[in-house]
Ligand binder design. Structure first.
Ligand code: ASP
Length: 342
């Protein structure tokens, strides 16, 4: 019962795994198998750590293939480890965390993603604390021996966030990741304090994975002055399955006839139109203003308070998994992994 927890540390790349070349000053990936040399403190953790490395990439190059490899690896190793920590570049960490949350169904162990703003090999790095505390969280159990965290989460700068609620907020501050629509799952001070009411508990604890994602999705970011004639031409694609419109405020959009008629045509052709607000905080509320009532009436779907990252990866997941468009539309508005407030 009290045997050491086992954590698999998975390295995918990003700033965290870099050191500065003493001669040129350039940042370059270090040999991750030498992690204990760079963070000797890891040896003092009462956790047994194994390392799995992928070819290090900048997270701008993250692909669906990497997400599939990650969920397959976690699935294969699931019974051998108490938790998983994924080291990942911060630029797209929120997309990966959101995607994994949907691809891993029935997860009851922690999958903690982390990264850093400064490389491990730089004196003022934030990476060491991020890795050490992530491993501790991935190993933590409650009094019944169950994992404290049973979901995909991101640990950054003393806070643990739900993965599919997170966004990259700052390009240069240490608090790079935030979760504007959901409270932190834990805060690391002298102790790691879990916000027990905020933690996700899966309804089924039989892990299954979904590895077919459909990316036939387009995104239209609205702005005053947008030319809808041009937009229609740009978005005429036979393979399109879903269009995300990034709207204003509570889901509002221009009442321009060309735009509304175009959306109606798309919906009649069986394309899903999902309304995701440009605001980082708050929710889409279709019908609150006249400028969203038309959207609601024609069958545009509300993303509610889902982040853009969660909305697009949820669409990829549902389009890959479900055939019936009405089921997809229904599930988009349901809380599947804690990604939205119903
Ligand atoms: N460009 C880097 C990446 O996302 C930035 C980082 O790791 O913070 O891979």
């Amino acid at each position: 019962m009290n045997s050491k927890s086992k954590v698999l540390l998975i390295y995918t790349g990003g700033t965290i795994g870099m050191v500065q070349d003493i001669h040129s000053g350039d940042l370059k990936p270090f040999d991750f198998n030498q992690l204990f040399y760079h963070i000797p403190e890891l040896k003092r953790l009462d956790v047994s750590i194994d390392i799995h490395t992928f070819d290090p990439i900048d997270s701008s190059n993250v692909s669906i293939d990497l997400w599939v490899s990650l969920v397959q690896l976690i699935y294969e190793k699931y019974n051998h480890y108490d938790g998983f920590v994924i080291l990942h570049g911060t630029d797209t960490i929120a997309y990966t965390a959101s995607a994994l949350s949907f691809m891993l169904d029935g997860l009851n162990k922690p999958v903690i993603l982390t990264g850093s703003q400064l490389p491990i090999g730089v004196l003022r790095t934030d990476g060491k604390e991020n890795i050490i505390t992530s491993i501790q969280i991935a190993a933590d159990k409650d009094n019944d021996g169950k994992s404290m965290v049973q979901e995909v989460a991101i640990y950054f700068e003393y806070k643990l966030f739900r993965g599919n609620r997170s966004i990259k907020y700052s390009a240069n501050h240490f608090n790079a990741i935030q979760s504007p629509n959901y409270p932190p799952l834990a805060e690391a001070g002298i102790e790691i304090e879990y916000n027990k009411n905020a933690l996700w508990r899966p309804s089924s604890t039989n892990l299954s994975i979904h590895t077919t994602l459909n990316t036939d999705i387009a995104v239209l970011h609205l702005f005053p002055g947008i030319n809808f004639e041009t937009i229609q031409k740009q978005f005429s694609n036979q393979d399109l399955k879903a269009l995300i419109i990034r709207t204003y405020g509570a889901g509002n959009a221009p009442t321009n006839k060309v735009f509304l008629n175009w959306l109606k045509t798309l919906i009649n052709e069986g394309i899903i139109v999902l309304d995701v607000t440009q605001c980082l905080q708050g929710s889409v509320d279709l019908g609150k203003y006249e400028t969203s009532r038309y959207l609601k009436e024609m069958g545009v779907i509300s993303a509610k308070d889902m982040s853009f990252e969660a909305s697009i990866t949820k669409l990829m997941y549902l389009l890959g998994k479900e055939k019936d468009i009405n089921v997809i539309k229904l599930l988009l508005g349901k809380n599947l992994r804690g990604e939205l407030s119903e």
